[in-house]
Write a protein that binds this ligand. Structure first.
Ligand code: PLP
Length: 382
C-alpha cells in the first residue's frame, strides 16, 4: 500500500530500540540494568489512584469536553500561575492524552510547509522528526559542553532566516539536563519578539530541578502572547502510562488546538482527568519526595560516572539523565549492553551533536545504581 510522504519522514526513538534489544538479552537469561528509558520507577500517590478508581466507579467514563474538564483546566491554571508565574486562565488550557500529543498538536497548529523551526540539539528526537513530516526544515541550535550545555545566543541569531517561524525550547532539556539560564531565556525572548517567532516551550521536566530554579520563557514580559507551553503528568507525578498532558496557549491557538482535538481523539479520558486534579493538589508532597530521591540518585550515579577516567559527567541541573562524554561512545554503549548488562543510549539518538556521549536515565533502576557503576567499571577499563 502507498504510504503518505509525511509518515515516511517520521523517525523512531532510539530509547525504544535499545529497550527491545535489552529485553531480548533478558529473554536469553542475561541480567540487564535498564537505564535507557525516561520512566520514573514511582507510581502516582495513593490518593491519585483512589480518585481515578472512584471516578470510574461513579461512571465518569464518558465522552467529555474536548478542551478538557473545566475542573482540571482551572486547577492547571492556578497551579501554573502559582508555580511558574504564568498569567493564564482555564481559557488558555487544552488537555491532551500525553505531553507528546500536546506537542504534536502544537506543531500541527503552528508549522507550515517551507517554514524553518529552531530546536535544541542534543534534544528530544520528536522535534526534528515531526518538523520534517510537516514539510518544514528543522534547524538545530547546539547545546555544547564548551558553552555549559546552554544555547549560544549568537549561534541562534545566526541561524535565523526570514523563513524561521517557530523556536522550540526545552528546559530542563532531555538529554542534557540543561536548565536554560535567565539570561538565555531573556535573549531568546528578545530574538522571538524581534523576528516575530512563535515559541513552543516543552516544560515536561519543570518540576525536576535540583539547585537551579526553573523559569518559564512564557512568564517573561510579552511572551505569553507568542508561546505555547506544553507539559504533562508523566514525569512530575509519575503517571507515564496514564497519558495525560496539556498545552497553555493564547486564545487563537487554543481554538486551533481544540479543532485538532475534535478531529482526532475527541477528548482525554474523563476519570484520568479527575485523578489528575488530585495529583495537582499533592497534599502528601509526593513530587518533592520523588525529586529528593532523584537528587540522591544523581549524586550517586553521575558522581560515580564522573569519577571513572573514561567518562566526563557533570551533575545535570534538571531532569533525570546523566549525560556522559566518552570516547568511542557507540562502541561503549554496545559493550555496556552486550557485555556489561547496562542499557544506556548512544547520544546520536538525540542528534549528531550527541556523537561522543551516552545518556543514562536514573529515573528507574533504584537500588541498582551501585551495581550499574560496578558493571561499567568492570567493562570499560582504561
Ligand atoms: N518532552 C520531552 C522532552 C520528553 O523527554 C518527553 C518524554 O520522554 C515528552 C515530552 C513526552 O512526555 P509524555 O510521556 O507525557 O508524552
Amino acid at each position: 500500500m502507498r504510504l503518505a510522504q509525511r509518515v515516511q519522514e517520521l523517525r523512531g526513538e532510539g530509547a525504544l530500540a535499545v529497550f527491545a534489544r535489552a529485553r531480548e538479552l533478558e529473554s536469553q537469561g542475561r541480567s540487564i540494568i535498564h537505564m535507557e528509558l525516561g520512566e520514573p520507577d514511582f507510581h502516582p500517590a495513593p490518593q491519585v489512584v483512589e480518585a481515578g478508581r472512584r471516578a470510574l466507579a461513579e461512571g465518569r467514563d464518558r465522552y467529555c469536553a474536548s478542551r478538557g474538564l473545566p475542573a482540571l483546566r482551572e486547577a492547571l491554571a492556578a497551579y501554573l500561575q502559582s508555580s511558574r508565574g504564568l498569567a493564564c486562565t482555564a481559557g488558555n488550557v487544552v488537555v491532551a492524552s500525553g505531553c507528546k500529543l500536546a506537542l504534536y498538536l502544537a506543531m500541527q497548529a503552528l508549522i507550515e510547509p517551507g517554514d524553518e523551526v529552531l530546536y535544541p540539539e542534543p534534544g528530544f528526537p520528536i522535534y526534528p522528526s515531526v518538523t520534517h513530516s510537516l514539510g518544514a526544515r528543522p534547524v538545530a541550535y547546539r547545546l555544547r559542553e564548551a558553552h555549559a550545555l546552554q544555547p549560544d545566543l549568537d549561534e541562534v541569531a545566526r541561524l535565523l532566516t526570514p523563513r524561521t517561524r517557530v523556536l522550540i525550547v526545552c528546559s530542563p532539556n532531555n538529554p542534557t539536563g540543561t536548565v536554560y539560564s535567565r539570561g538565555v531565556l531573556q535573549g531568546l525572548a528578545e530574538l522571538a519578539a524581534r523576528h516575530d517567532l512563535a515559541v513552543i516551550s516543552d516544560e515536561i521536566y519543570a518540576r525536576i530541578v535540583y539547585e537551579t530554579p526553573f523559569s518559564s520563557i512564557a512568564a517573561l514580559p510579552g511572551m505569553a502572547a507568542r508561546t505555547v507551553v506544553i507539559d504533562g503528568f508523566s514525569k512530575a507525578f509519575a503517571m507515564t502510562g496514564w497519558r495525560l498532558g496539556y498545552a497553555v496557549a493564547p486564545p487563537e491557538v487554543v481554538e486551533a488546538l481544540d479543532r485538532l482535538v475534535m478531529n482526532s481523539f475527541t477528548c482525554a479520558a474523563e476519570f484520568i482527568q479527575i485523578a489528575a486534579v488530585e495529583a495537582l493538589r499533592d497534599p502528601g508532597g509526593h513530587t518533592a519526595a520523588m525529586v529528593a530521591e532523584f537528587a540522591r540518585r544523581r549524586a550517586l550515579f553521575a558522581g560515580g560516572l564522573d569519577a571513572h577516567p573514561a567518562f566526563r559527567c557533570p551533575a545535570p541541573q534538571g531532569a533525570f539523565y546523566a549525560w556522559a562524554h566518552v570516547e568511542r561512545a557507540e562502541e561503549v554503549q554496545r559493550r555496556l549492553l552486550e557485555e556489561g548488562g547496562v542499557a544506556a543510549i548512544h547520544g546520536r539518538a538525540f542528534g549528531p551533536e550527541g556523537e561522543d556521549f551516552l545518556r543514562f536515565s536514573f529515573a528507574g533502576a533504584s537500588g541498582q545504581l551501585e551495581e550499574a557503576l560496578r558493571r561499567i567499571r568492570a567493562t570499560i577499563v582504561l
